[in-house]
Design a protein around this ligand. Structure first.
Ligand code: G16
Length: 543
């Protein structure tokens, strides 16, 4: 068999972050870089001999070439079969579903998520395990360890495989099955939501705009929202995946999805707006003149999920990442279900979902999902919202007002300081860490510190412990400031400051969030001394 064993040596910079390995595209294209990492994944999971893998990506620049390399390496390493999305396209939740549905041994997803794509932008590769979820900490450690002592990789000498035509073919003794990227996923959505009811909603004149941001959800949204649910043609914006995402930043938040925000706050605003990111796992929800924070979205979905067929029997429990606002905690308490607080990163939800302890999960970083797959799922969140709107007949604004009146409102904002010198960013965190023991009981401005710690998580299922997961400072009365360093950036360090304040006074539920959070923001500034330590005055991105 024309197979090559290539001698190699470890390459620096192959430590996976919150969600696989993310680097500049040019770095991934350096000789042996991708190959080393793919072989390290294969070796880290105990080899791929006779295994079945799902492979697909978000269509960004280098997607196709990287898939060819992965297929040639899978064949050379003895894999039995690769299931590949047609044209190399598969959203992250669709990969998760395919792994589960086909009983595959895992999957490789080519994406740097919401980071921009293109020759001068970002590329990424992540491995998902047999449960369909992101590699666990243990597996990630093994993959990283292998990158440190790798000495060979295996690859077939052939030129490549046709990944554009549906069907099963052979590549050097390995089967390659090219599947429609949308079909199985759309069928799964149909089992969870009342498509007839949503169809009737659209037939009654309900309007929406879904911004696919030139990324992977375009084909899914066209097929599900327009073709199956009857949203009028043109409801899906930017629906064709492009290698550089139309030159944009496929991150569904009010900054990067500004065009959609402008439409939703303009005179001809439709009833409902939503967006998803590069690989289709994040979502943004917006009503007419009403932006819904991801934390609030998780809380509302938890309160109303029973209105959709897939969740009619109620929820076993919910989980949120630590920096996500505590709005969902209040709903869980009212429902009498457990609410888990996990470190940032979807992988930490996997055990809770597998063990049936949580049905819904969510993160402030615009991720929401359920036990239907083991990833966050952008379109799933949009469909659950549509199902709820169809059942209640309410507008997004009215639904939110009623929700806040019942549970109180957790004002929330995240401030990002990007591309900070890593030493300076660490100095900010070290400075905070040093103060923690002395903070409780003291005051900062008018706020009294209730508790202060560095978050650590003991997994209730496998007992593993994750430490150093962000600093949280809670104030009396329900305000909180959280600090952590991002695990997904590709340049320097990104400091994230998460601000939150609970308001239960009925007269103060419609304030400008910035004003509502001013006091806790000042406290966060004072405690972190961020400006003096980094030279930064204002955050680069506020969401
Ligand atoms: C990834 C993970 C998410 C996590 C996010 C945090 O998102 O999948 O679970 O919340 O990173 O990012 P950071 O560490 O920068 O705060 P994605 O959508 O980039 O895969």
């Amino acid at each position: 068999m024309p197979m090559q064993t290539v001698r190699t040596r470890p390459i620096e910079g192959q430590k996976p972050g919150t969600s696989g390995l993310r680097k500049k595209t040019a770095v991934f294209k350096r000789p042996h870089f991708l190959e080393n990492y793919v072989q390290s994944i294969f070796d880290g999971i105990g080899g791929v001999q006779d295994k079945v893998l799902v492979v697909g990506g978000d269509g960004r620049f280098f997607n196709d070439d990287a898939i060819q390399i992965i297929l040639r390496m899978a064949a050379a390493n003895g894999a039995a079969k690769c299931i590949v999305g047609q044209g190399g396209i598969l959203s992250t939740p669709a990969v998760s579903h395919l792994i589960r549905k086909r009983g595959a041994d895992g999957g490789l997803i080519l994406s740097a998520s919401h980071n921009p794509g293109g020759p001068d932008a970002d590329f990424g590769l992540k491995y998902n395990g047999p449960n369909g979820g992101p590699a666990t900490e243990g597996v990630t450690d093994k993959i990283f360890a292998r990158t440190q002592d790798i000495d060979i990789y295996k690859i077939t000498a052939s030129t490549g495989v046709d990944i554009d035509t549906l069907g099963i073919r052979e590549h050097q003794g390995m089967k390659v099955e090219i599947v429609d990227p949308v079909e199985d996923y759309a069928a799964l959505m149909e089992t969870l939501f009342d498509f007839d009811k949503i169809h009737a909603l659209f037939a009654g004149g309900f309007t929406m705009r879904f911004d696919a941001m030139h990324a992977v959800t375009g084909p899914y949204a066209h097929a599900i929202l327009e073709d199956r649910l009857g949203a009028e043609a043109g409801s899906v914006l930017n629906g064709t995946p492009s290698p550089d995402f139309g030159g944009g930043h496929p991150d569904p938040n009010p900054i990067w999805a500004k065009d959609l925000m402008d439409v939703m706050h303009g005179p001809a605003a439709p009833d409902f707006g939503a967006a998803s990111d590069g690989d289709g796992d994040r979502n943004m929800i917006v009503g007419r003149n009403t932006y819904v924070t991801p934390s609030d979205s998780l809380a509302v979905l938890t309160a109303k999920a029973h209105l959709a067929p897939g969740y009619r029997d109620g929820l076993a429990g919910v989980a949120r990442s630590m920096p996500t606002s505590r709005a969902v905690d209040r709903v869980a308490e009212a429902l009498g279900i457990a609410c888990y607080e996990t470190p940032t990163g979807w992988k930490f939800f996997g055990n809770l979902l597998d063990a049936g302890k949580a049905t819904l999960c969510g993160e402030e970083s615009a991720g929401t999902g359920s036990d239907h797959v083991r990833e966050k799922d952008g379109l799933w969140a949009v469909l659950l919202w549509l199902n709820i709107l169809a059942e209640t007949g309410q507008s997004v604004a009215d639904l939110m007002s009623d929700f806040w009146a019942e549970y109180g409102r957790c004002y929330y904002s995240r401030h990002d300081y990007e591309a900070v010198d890593s030493d300076k960013a660490n100095a900010v965190m070290d400075g905070l860490r040093a103060q923690l023991p002395a903070l409780p009981g003291g005051s900062v401005g008018n706020l009294v510190v209730e508790a202060a710690d560095e978050f650590a998580y003991d997994d209730p299922v496998d007992g593993s412990r994750a430490t150093g997961q962000g600093i949280r400072i809670t104030f009396e009365g329900g305000a909180r400031a959280v600090f952590r360093l991002s695990g997904t950036g590709t340049e320097g360090a990104t400091i994230r400051v998460y601000l939150e304040k609970l308001e239960t006074d009925a007269d103060k539920l419609q304030l400008n969030p910035e004003h509502a959070l001013a006091e806790v923001q000042n406290a966060a500034r004072a405690l972190s001394d961020l400006t003096a330590k980094t030279g930064r005055v204002d955050p680069d991105v506020v969401t």
